[in-house]
Design a protein around this ligand. Structure first.
Ligand code: LLP
Length: 410
């Protein structure tokens, strides 16, 4: 989204026109930005045979999946339903990395039936997998490198107290199970968290994996997960993917030489690809001055974008209806029946009731974490593609709230 000639645009479409056409609240995604982010990763890692497995959980709309598929992405799924969405969007089963955590073993069996790349993250399942499939179907192994990384505790996944992956200190057990059942380990995987700006974290993980790889002669790929950080507020530190790309591919190539074979380098970005491309448009329902602050209430809330309340995440807010207005301080709040703050003490161009506010960087973990709390309907989704806004998900209706409820005649 950019300010041009006194108005906000996504590509050549005026943002307020999108709100007029589709109503609010609405998630709007910029296809060009998504493609640009995807291409920048391909470029950053161009010295290796990088496969970008888009983390579906970030934004799982079929049109976004299809867009990324069109540009050559693979997919990363953490539930069988995400994998089914990817298949529906046209991904080949072999392009889909399946990394469930604490899901039922039946999901792994289903993944084998579907032909996905199966990633196993505990020794119990590795044993079950070996007993059932032996060398007939390969699997990858998710390791926990015992590295504390990521923007906050809730999204850190590679530290010693994390439920994810098999501890590198249990490697001997892994090797025993692999040998016992003659399992073909085709990949090693780590994902240490989200919002990691330090390239060093990825390089450290890489070193750990490279040290382990020699014990697994059948590898086809090494998957470094993701966690690339984007800027939520001005001046935020971000992962320099170009610097990381150069350093990681260099050490990867050196590792491949030692391993004796060229392997594929995989990454699984979600946030980096879709976060900045997405904006949640909401309408100011009420301007409410109080003795301490002036609230702007909007027709959305933590049910549509939970990141501010769940992670104390900062999302930039812009009054797109009044780009030239004088600035005032507001606290922007949602309509949910508990503390529901999108942004406290924000400078916004003067807000009138009915104005459209744009909540930025909402493309990742926005709609995909939305709920019907307070029996509110989930928003529509719109993709701006080739300068045209296209509806890619209808706004829910009251019938959606009733769907599946069983009337037992009370
Ligand atoms: N791979 C695996 C195995 C993951 O668990 C995740 C994210 C990713 C890749 C993608 O990470 P990303 O590139 O998006 O950082 N809801 C939180 C983020 C949770 C991430 C969970 N796993 C948020 O809104 O910040």
């Amino acid at each position: 989204m950019e300010l041009r000639d006194g108005s906000y645009f996504i590509q050549n479409v005026q943002v307020t026109d999108i709100a007029d056409q589709f109503g609010t609240p609405v998630y709007v995604y910029d296809a060009e930005k998504i493609v640009q982010q995807f291409k920048s990763l391909k470029m950053a890692f161009s010295d290796a045979d990088v496969k970008v497995k888009y983390a579906i959980k970030a934004c799982s709309n079929l049109s976004i999946l299809k867009l990324l598929k069109r540009y050559g992405a693979g997919a990363d799924a953490v539930s069988i339903q995400e994998a089914q969405l990817a298949l529906k969007a046209g991904f080949e089963p072999g392009e889909i990395m399946f990394s469930p955590n604490c899901a039922e073993f039946e999901e792994i069996e289903e993944a084998v039936k579907l032909g996905l790349v199966v990633n196993i993250d505990n020794i119990s399942f590795l044993r079950k997998f070996g007993a059932q499939f032996r060398s007939s179907y390969p699997c990858s192994i998710r390791l926990n490198p015992h590295i504390m990384a990521g923007g906050n505790y809730k999204i850190s996944t590679g530290h010693s107290n994390s439920k994810f992956g098999i501890s590198i200190y249990q490697l001997q057990q892994v090797i025993e199970v692999v040998r016992q059942y003659n399992i073909r380990v085709n990949g090693l995987h780590v994902h240490t968290g989200s919002d990691i700006y330090e390239a060093d974290v990825f390089l450290k993980m890489a070193e750990i994996l490279f040290g382990i790889a020699a014990d697994f002669p059948d590898l086809r790929f090494i998957d470094f997960g993701s966690g690339f950080k984007v800027a939520y507020s001005e001046g935020d530190l971000v992962t320099n993917v170009y610097d990381l790309g150069i350093k990681l591919t260099q050490s990867f190539r050196e590792f491949c030489r030692q391993y004796g074979r060229k392997l594929e380098l995989w990454i699984e970005p979600g946030k980096y690809i879709v976060s900045e491309a997405g904006t949640l448009l909401v309408k100011a329902t009420v301007v409410k001055p109080t003795p301490s602050v002036t609230f702007v209430g909007v027709n959305s809330g933590l049910n549509h974008l939970i990141r501010p309340m769940m992670y104390d995440a900062y999302h930039h807010i812009i009054n797109v209806s009044n780009p030239k207005g004088s600035q005032k301080m507001y606290t922007v709040v949602g309509y949910i029946c508990e503390t529901d703050t999108f942004g406290a003490d924000r400078k916004l161009n003067e807000v009138q009731e009915g104005d459209i506010l744009a909540i930025r960087n909402a493309g990742a973990y926005g709609f995909s974490m939305a709920s019907n709390y307070n029996s509110r309907l989930r928003p529509a989704e719109v993709l701006v593609f080739n300068n045209e806004p296209k509806l890619i998900r209808e706004r829910e209706t009251f019938d959606d709230l009733l769907k599946g409820q069983v009337d037992i005649g009370l």
